[in-house]
Design a protein around this ligand. Sequence first.
Ligand code: PFF
Length: 468
Amino acid sequence: MSQSRDHWSSNAGLVLAATGSAIGLGNLWKFPFITWENNGGAFVLVYLVCIAAVGLPIMMAELLIGRRSQKSAVGALKEAMSARWPGLGKLGALVGFWGVLAGFILLSYYTVIAGWSLYYFVKTVGWTFGGYPVGMSAGDLFGEQVSNAGLQLMLSLGFSLGTIAVVYFGVSRGIERIARIFLPILFGILLLMLVSALGMGGAGEALSYIFRPNFAELTRESVLEALGHSFFTLSLGMGAMITYGSYISRKHSVVKASGAIVALDTLIALVATVIMFSVIFSVAGMRDEVRDSTVGMLFISLPELFYSEVPFGVVLGPLFYVLVALAALTSTISLLEVVSAYLIDQRGIARKKATIGAGAAIFVFTIFAALSFTGTGLLSTMEIFEGKLGWFSTADHFVSNWMLPTGGFFITLAAGWFMTSKSTRDELMDGSEPRWFHYGAWRFFIRWVAPIAVAAIIVFVIRGTDFS
Ligand code: PFF
């Protein structure tokens, strides 16, 4: 086991790295789409409540479990669960391992979509200089690229290598350094896009769609979807934040960092949604085109609109796909770190070897995910969960619906019930906590509100509700 554990060099380093993990395809791809599907307004409000009442307390719980033990998911949960009852250590290790497995699977398919951003970056640069091809259908282009096996493998391989290269250099020299450079760029690009989008004719309608609640449109499913998404978007339920928490030194506050990470992630999800809807509402007939496709907004509707509708679209088009790629990369590195840290801490393997080994093993499954869109063969047609065709959808369904909520449930129990209140209080009230924080309130939310809410997700999933 390593003697001197690598740590974040400052509180800002931790916040940027963890925010980088949280902000990803979930913010740019999933959130706008589910907001669309659930008719905006009321759904957004419910989502904000879920983030504050469930996401924020669990974020604090994960970071504190990591910081206290200075170990990654398996070791940390083993310690946390056995604090009162030593017999529960084994269960803790199992929950940690479940998280590592979730990271493994999630990374294997997340990389494929991340790879698409590279393709669209290259394409949009070409269109910026050569003009958007007259009469080309963006839908056909999308269909051609996803079903081109060789292209898919190359894009995913490129993205995997980028991820491995960062994690290879460790916490402060790799992950933190990249987050410090990329996140400010990401914020800058989003700001430019927001200014451009707010100048479009559809901006007013977009804002009222997103922020004006109409509770008549809210269903039980939308509430559960908002809750399920708050796990995915904040990178909770699988030990990523426990692992990042284990690199926090005693000097840095878990509470402040959690507040900043959760606030930034939520802000970026809302900004991305405002941008996309402003563009979509500005174009007649666009609503119908977007309707049933999860990937439609990001990779079919937008590319075309950059060159026909969006002010400064010729510049913003390529920049947008840089944004998607950067957001995805800071998430994929956190996923690989969960698996690598397990090999380093629990198996005593050196970082470089662990990173390359884990990255290569995960890539084998990325190949399955990359070949899920070819339309033929088992990888495209398998159906384990009803309506989820192909390996990609199967893996996404399993992770989002089953793995993250079950992992999250045990994490709330570990922090709320199995650790002593003295130890959680020591971690959260270390003198650096902000004034708005109230330990008693956190404890109430982590013992009661969060586990009951997550248990509700699990019950509905067992009864067949789908969140992915
Ligand atoms: N939070 C990421 C997103 O919103 O895209 C997804 C994710 C990354 C989940 C890392 C879990 C994780 F460990």
